[in-house]
Every structure is written in structure tokens, then in C-alpha cells.
Design a binder for this molecule. Structure first.
Ligand code: SF4
Length: 355
């Protein structure tokens, strides 16, 4: 067993390693991960100081608008998978999305995140028209898309329509594991290719993995970190796996909150300026997940601005939180939760800072 002095020394070495400009090897990432398991609080402390250096005590807020619960895919972990007869389906119209944006704008938000399954009726042309209208009404605000895989032309069309950012979590970088989690029609290679295309198109790109998904090993996490090192995304979203009713993984064990928090700290140390949300999945598994996420190094929260009538039907996993401080109606509650741990809401656009 390492003494606390030895752990502190090793942590200092790990911090230096994480600050290197060169990509880290698989052995280096494995070493850092295993040390993190015994030095989680030291990592979190350091991650907080790095966050404070770049973002002060502000936490960016993004208005999350879940535009469709239809999806053509059959990802085994996801409650919205096409074969799930328990899923409740809805699709927002252009007018309904604009109404959500208006509400978010009135609340002072400067980023709208349009998130949805891969809904064939919300194709590239339709979505480009919605994005153009949002940008016409709110030219100074940012639009983030999180609408799954599209063709290279589709990404380009949406970028030309004014979309600023694109979230596309890679979920797992390991091909075999990806194949285990996803249907045959999807591949780790396509996902990876999409991420690099999005970057080339000038989007601020978000990638990230699920923590504790069925079949995940530490070696898989190392591959995830190596992919992030190569891609250098501007945003990184990670969250614990949570089983969803009606899916093949419904009876599986959820991912670990502790491991998710450790990974958040590692990511903050390795990607100091990246925009990292304290995800809803974290807030769903742990009552104080948002606060824990911020204290581990996250700096973004995404309150739900989906129309109240359908909110709660976007059930990617069970008991997904969309009320309380995760909702548009309770921003004061979110502010007070953040204030209690020494942070505050930052309503700025929160673009990635290059320098
Ligand atoms: S994870 Fe995304 S692509 Fe896969 S089934 Fe769910 S909504 Fe569809």
C-alpha cells in the first residue's frame, strides 16, 4: 500500500504528465487511471484549481431542447432505440422548437442545444431550415446540435445554416466494444470519421464516452482517452451508464459515480480549456451529482427547456432527471446549489477559448 506522501508525489508526477503537449501512451494513461483510483480527491482538487484559472467560479448554462424521441437506430443501451415498445415518441415542430428558444432567450441563455434521436423526419434540409431561423432571430447566440450521425454533406449543410457546435459522443473507442453496444449498421470507424469531419468543418466538437457501460474494461477507457487526445475536442461529455427499461441492458448495473468523477477530473487536467458538462446522467444517479461534477472539474450545466408537455418522454435511460435544478423553471434552485459550493451561473455564450 502506498503511503499518503508517496501518493502525493505520484499525483504530482501525474499532473506533470497530464500537462505534456505530446500525446500520452497507453501505458501512461493506464498509470494515471490506476493512481486516480487511490488519489481521486487530489485529482479533483487540482482539477478545480485548473477550472478556476480558466473559468473563475462561473458555470456555463446551455438550454437543452429535446427535439425528437424517434430514432432509426437500435443502440442496445438506449431507451429511445427503434425497437423499444415502451418508449413514448414525440417530435417537436419548427414552431415548437422556436418557442423553446424564445423561452430560453428570455431567461438569458446564450446557447441552444438541439438534441434528438436520428429521426428520419427531421432530415438535414428540415433541420437546416430550423437552425437558419434560430440564427436569424438570435444571431448572437450559439446553436449546438446533438442529432446523431449524418452524412458529410449533411454536417456541411447544417454548418452553413449557422450551427456552431456539434455533440457526438463516441461512447466507446474500442471497435469490438462498440459493436457490442450498437447495431450492425453502426461502427466505431464511422463515428470516429464523423468526429474528424465535424472538426474540419469548423464546428466546436464534443465527444465523450459512457462510463461503466456493459462490457467496458479499463483498457477500453484508455482507448477512449487516447482518442480524445488525438481529436482534441472542444467539448467533452461523459456520464455513467444507466439502464433503460425495454432495452437488452435493462437489468445491467449502472456505471460508477466515483469513476465518472475521477474521469471528469482527469479530463479537466488533460484538456484544461474544454467545456465539460456535469451531465444529467450524473445528476440522475447521485442526488448531488451536479455539484459533485462541478467540484470534480466540470464547468457546464444544461437545464431542460423542452416543452413541459413532452418533457420526460425523452427517456434515453430510466428516471432521467428533467425537473428541479435540471429544468428551465428552477434556475434559482440551480443558482443556489452552485452558490453553496462557491460557484455561480455564467450566462455567457461560453465558446471554446483558443488562447
Ligand atoms: S443512442 Fe442515439 S442513436 Fe442510439 S438509439 Fe439512442 S437516440 Fe438513437
Amino acid at each position: 500500500m502506498m503511503s499518503k506522501y508517496a501518493i502525493r508525489d505520484a499525483a504530482e508526477e501525474a499532473f506533470a504528465l497530464l500537462g505534456k503537449s505530446e500525446r500520452l501512451s497507453s501505458a501512461e494513461w493506464s498509470g494515471v487511471l490506476s493512481l486516480g483510483a487511490v488519489a481521486g480527491e487530489l485529482f479533483a482538487e487540482k482539477a478545480r484549481s485548473v477550472s478556476a484559472l480558466h473559468f473563475g467560479n462561473g458555470v456555463y448554462v446551455r438550454a437543452l431542447i429535446e427535439i425528437s424521441s424517434f430514432c432509426r437506430n437500435g443502440c442496445r443501451y438506449c431507451g429511445l432505440r427503434s425497437g423499444n415498445r415502451l418508449a413514448v415518441r414525440y417530435r417537436l415542430s419548427k414552431e415548437e422548437i422556436l418557442a423553446c428558444c424564445e423561452r430560453a432567450a428570455l431567461s438569458g441563455f446564450n446557447t441552444f442545444v438541439l438534441q434528438g434521436g436520428e429521426d428520419p423526419l427531421q432530415g438535414n434540409e428540415w433541420l437546416a431550415d430550423v437552425v437558419s431561423e434560430i440564427k436569424r432571430r438570435y444571431p448572437e447566440k450559439a446553436v449546438t446540435l446533438s442529432v446523431g450521425e449524418r452524412s458529410a454533406d449533411g454536417y456541411a449543410m447544417l454548418r452553413s445554416a449557422g450551427a456552431d457546435r456539434y455533440l457526438l459522443r463516441h461512447e466507446t473507442a474500442n471497435e469490438e466494444h462498440y459493436g457490442f453496444l450498437h447495431p450492425k449498421s453502426m461502427s466505431a470507424r464511422n463515428r470516429r470519421q464523423s468526429l474528424f469531419i465535424l472538426k474540419e468543418l469548423g464546428y466546436q466538437v464534443g465527444a465523450g464516452m459512457m462510463i461503466g457501460s456493459p462490457g467496458q474494461t479499463v483498457a477500453h477507457l484508455v482507448e477512449d482517452l487516447m482518442l480524445l487526445d488525438e481529436l482534441q475536442p472542444q467539448m467533452i461529455g461523459i456520464g455513467p451508464f444507466i439502464p433503460a427499461a425495454g432495452t437488452p441492458f435493462a437489468g445491467e448495473t449502472p456505471g460508477s459515480v466515483e469513476t465518472t468523477l475521477l474521469l471528469l477530473s482527469l479530463l479537466r487536467l488533460r484538456f484544461p480549456k474544454s467545456l465539460i458538462p456535469a451531465t444529467t446522467a450524473l445528476a440522475t444517479l447521485a442526488g448531488n451529482g451536479t455539484e459533485c461534477g462541478i467540484l470534480a472539474g466540470a464547468n457546464v450545466v444544461m437545464p431542460n427547456f423542452t416543452l413541459p408537455g413532452v418533457r420526460g418522454k425523452y427517456t434515453i435511460y430510466d428516471n432521467k432527471k428533467c425537473n428541479g435544478s435540471e429544468s428551465a423553471e428552477e434556475l434559482a434552485l440551480l443558482e443556489s446549489k452552485l452558490n453553496k459550493i462557491g460557484y455561480k451561473i455564467d450566462y455567457g455564450r461560453g465558446d471554446y477559448m483558443k488562447n
